[in-house]
Design a protein around this ligand. Structure first.
Ligand code: HEC
Ligand code: HEC
Length: 310
């Protein structure tokens, strides 16, 4: 009896000591200061997708610029009309200003640029990359780097990348190479389009609005130098995100069928194709004018287009 009492008292003393030690550890500034260091080795797996909200943007000129940057992303074709050559906004592909995890998100980009780009064969700054989408996806002109517009877009992207450590591998960033898809059927794709896409993107592909159903082909869509004009890239995007609100419901076959149908139509031509991939490795699945002709003649080699070469 005496012995067990001693043990209980012993536990109580030890327990309170432990709790006291634990509290001091939790409150200790040293503990919080060392936490990031401990996770450094596994940075890529620990970064969370947690973009800040625009409600927390600071007052004053910087805050104004950040908000203007967001507006530019959402309404590019109206606000920055003089630079845009179609009816799209950045948000036509980078949903809600690049803040949606699966829809070409733009969170964390100021932590990874400048970066080497194989397509252009050069080191690219974030400004260069935005202008890459301007002349291809937006079928437009480059926005001057010293303009109010470019400064605002950078301010916005910088704000949105808060907390992402420099040089981090961002887990939600698109894979460098698209995945392998089965050989498509344009005819089956036409049926998928009529049934699941035309309501928002219009039967003639011209769209119903840059943020309700953007133009997927024709003069108001992206040009054939855009990333989205790669067959497997579009199929991947569609499979993940479309029909809007029902991402992941199409099979790989349906996704590649509808992408081949969309990309078999006419769209603006990119003038700089010859300058692309100067260091080699050009992907086969860019649906340019020549490939669209081949679709019409029935001579296209789909097998080649969906085979990712290592
Ligand atoms: C037609 C679709 C489309 C439109 C419109 C578009 N983009 Fe893009 N953008 C893409 C695709 C596709 C990628 C490549 C991401 C990937 O590899 O899947 C990309 C990549 C980017 C990147 C680099 C992302 C990274 O992870 O390195 C930036 C920055 C960017 N776009 C900015 C913009 C801005 C700013 C606009 C508007 C001025 C815009 N984009 C309009 C489709 C589009
Ligand atoms: C309910 C409306 C809706 C439906 C249905 C829908 N989309 Fe979209 N789509 C959108 C919106 C809105 C965007 C702009 C990006 C965003 O907000 O996700 C978009 C963007 C796109 C884009 C990139 C932008 C562009 O102009 O090319 C493609 C490609 C696309 N959709 C293909 C499809 C396909 C294929 C289907 C059918 C399988 C489909 N969508 C069904 C609303 C829709």
């Amino acid at each position: 009896m005496k012995n067990s009492l001693a043990i209980i008292i012993g536990f109580l003393i030890f327990g309170s000591l432990f709790v006291g030690w634990k509290i001091s550890q939790d409150l200790s500034p040293a503990e919080t200061a060392t936490a990031p260091q401990q996770s450094e080795g596994t940075a890529s797996s620990t970064i969370e997708f947690n973009p800040p909200t625009l409600d927390d943007v600071p007052d004053g000129p910087l805050g104004e610029s950040i908000k203007y940057g967001y507006d530019l992303m959402m309404e590019t074709n109206t606000i920055a009309d003089e630079y845009v050559g179609n009816n799209l906004s950045c948000a036509s592909c980078h949903a809600n200003g690049g803040t949606v995890k699966d829809e070409a998100p733009m969170i964390g980009l100021t932590a990874v640029y400048p970066e080497y780009r194989p397509r252009e064969g050069d080191v690219y700054t974030l400004e260069d990359r935005i202008n890459g989408c301007m002349i291809r996806s937006m079928n437009g002109k480059m926005i001057p780097e010293d303009s109010k517009e470019m400064r605002a877009m950078i301010a916005y992207l910088h704000y949105m990348s808060e907390g992402v450590p420099s040089g981090a591998e961002i887990p939600w960033r698109a894979a460098k190479e698209p995945k392998q898809f089965p050989v498509p059927s344009v005819e089956d794709g036409e049926k998928v389009y009529a049934q699941s896409c035309a309501a928002c993107h219009a039967a003639d592909g011209g769209g119903t609005g840059s943020n309700t159903g953007p133009a997927v082909w024709g003069e108001n869509s992206f040009n054939d130098g855009a990333g989205m004009s790669r067959l497997t890239k579009m199929a991947g995007y569609v499979q993940k995100n479309m029909p809007k609100g029902q991402g992941g419901t199409l099979t790989d076959q349906q996704a590649i069928d509808v992408a081949s149908y969309i990309l078999s139509h006419e769209r603006p031509e990119f003038k700089g194709h010859e300058g692309d991939w100067p260091k080699g490795g050009r992907p086969a699945d860019i649906m340019n004018k020549e490939k669209r002709e081949q679709v019409k003649n029935g001579t296209i080699d789909w097998e080649e287009l969906v085979t990712i070469k290592k």
